[in-house]
Each structure stands twice: as structure tokens, then as C-alpha cells.
Ligand binder design. Structure first.
Ligand code: HEC
Length: 106
């Protein structure tokens, strides 16, 4: 019985904690997405974009999202429809959190 309790505790630690950490990252990413005004053009849900030609970000690949934020910030990718300044101010850590949030939207 004692062994069983220990086993359950250890499994809870290994399965529960990463899930909790992930949920926190998703929530932090969502806050950043709102605070950095991303929603204005890309929509609160990442799908309801301001203009039909603007890209939907919901459910997009994690690494692709980070790469594009970097490209748009550096000017490697440029369009008159968005400004490098919007992406330049993001730290790599912020990009990762935002990408975690966006990639998790169904
Ligand atoms: C002024 C409107 C506007 C704002 C604000 C804005 N974006 Fe964008 N974003 C765009 C447009 C337009 C594009 C498409 C650029 C192109 O056509 O190359 C784009 C492209 C992107 C892409 C690449 C999508 C793809 O499918 O390749 C990502 C990722 C992205 N934005 C994330 C963000 C994040 C994160 C923020 C907030 C920090 C943000 N955007 C704020 C208008 C905006």
C-alpha cells in the first residue's frame, strides 16, 4: 500500500507538472498577444482577422510562427501591411510564449 501511494505521487509529479507548466505558458502567451496589440490585426482568436488578406495564426506551427516574427522584425520579410517595429520589440522569450499560445488554438 505504501509503495502504491509513492508510485501514484511520483506519476502525478511526472504527468501533472509539465501540463501545468504548459498551461501557464499558454496563458502568458495569450496575455502578451493581447498586450502587444497583435489581436488588432490578427483577431482575438487568431482567426477573425481585421482584413480578409491578413494571415490567420491560430493552430499554426510553433517554429514557423517564431521564424516569421523574426523575419518580419528584421525586415527580411516585408510588406506595407505590417511594420517591423511591431515584431522588433519582442524578445525571443516573448515570441516563444506567443507561439506556444497560438499553436495551441484549435
Ligand atoms: C497592423 C496590423 C498587424 C499587427 C498589429 C500585427 N500583425 Fe502580424 N501580420 C500582419 C500582416 C498584414 C501580416 C502578413 C505579412 C505579409 O503579408 O507578409 C502579418 C504576419 C504575421 C505573421 C506571419 C504569419 C504567416 O502566416 O506567415 C506572424 C507570426 C504574425 N504576424 C504575428 C504577429 C504578432 C505576434 C503580433 C503582435 C506582436 C502581430 N503579428 C501584430 C499584420 C499585423
Amino acid at each position: 500500500m505504501k509503495k502504491m501511494t509513492k508510485f501514484l505521487l511520483v506519476s502525478a509529479m511526472f504527468t501533472g507538472l509539465p501540463t501545468l507548466a504548459m498551461a501557464t505558458e499558454v496563458e502568458e502567451g495569450r496575455k502578451l498577444y493581447v498586450n502587444k496589440q497583435c489581436f488588432v490585426c490578427h483577431g482575438y482568436d487568431g482567426k477573425t482577422t481585421m482584413m480578409p488578406s491578413y494571415p490567420k495564426l491560430a493552430g499554426q506551427n510553433y517554429q514557423y510562427l517564431i521564424d516569421q516574427m523574426k523575419n518580419l522584425g528584421s525586415g527580411k520579410r516585408y510588406t506595407i501591411l505590417t511594420a517591423p517595429g511591431i515584431y522588433q520589440n519582442l524578445t525571443t522569450e516573448e515570441m516563444k510564449l506567443i507561439a506556444t499560445y497560438l499553436s495551441k488554438i484549435k
